[in-house]
Design a protein around this ligand. Sequence first.
Ligand SMILES: [Zn+2]
Ligand SMILES: [Zn+2]
Length: 249
Amino acid sequence: MKILPPVTRPPTTPFSRSHDPAPPRSQRGYHAFRPCLRWEFGFTCALCMLHEADLVEYGIRPTGLTTVEHIVPQSEDAGQSSTYANCLYACRWCNRARSTKPLHDDNGNVLLNPTTSAWADHFEVRDDKLAPKTGSGKYTEVAYSINDPFRVQRRAARRKDIERCRTLVLEAPAEIEELSRVLESLVMSNKLEDAEAIRRLARRLNEQVALARQALERYQGVPVDADTACRCRPEPTMPPQIADQLIDL
Ligand SMILES: [Zn+2]
Ligand SMILES: [Zn+2]
């Protein structure tokens, strides 16, 4: 099983679209793009880089916590609302924060588009924030409120959770082996009460490892409720910008 890294790094290349769904019949039909967009952006908000698992424990589908963000807002050009190339996968917080903020500010900074700009050119991870490195990064950060307390708290929660649980899962087997060596020698020297205490300790440690694994499973890169097919592909795959960062559990 592949899980998220403790920290999602800003991609070093733009997301390149691999989906090409048929246009929906109605203007509000862009919701039909949702399965394509989920896979296209790796179940990750293309703007603040929060993954679905950062927002909800099991299955985002009925929650409304993620949505379709229009690069050119519907209020500016309704015709583009159901154009796939104008749609991004985004969390509700990014979508609400931007609302209809324009594509550039008065100083020539542009609202960055993750399908034409590599986030790593404009942002770096610092203290659970996506710290902007450029003027356009700054405008984009403010427009989407990328580092509001909620987003920073969600990034910190995942980082701590995964680091703590992975350390336990990786280090406990050697400790359990050590305990069984001690146990063996206690039994050999007939110290049965001490042996029982060590046995209990080993059992407790095993239980903790099982719990840690369970906690890590919520961070699967491909969530449990991922669409098995989308509007245009029978077997959609993760984009390299996210897939390359996943780690083995
Ligand atoms: Zn598709
Ligand atoms: Zn977001």
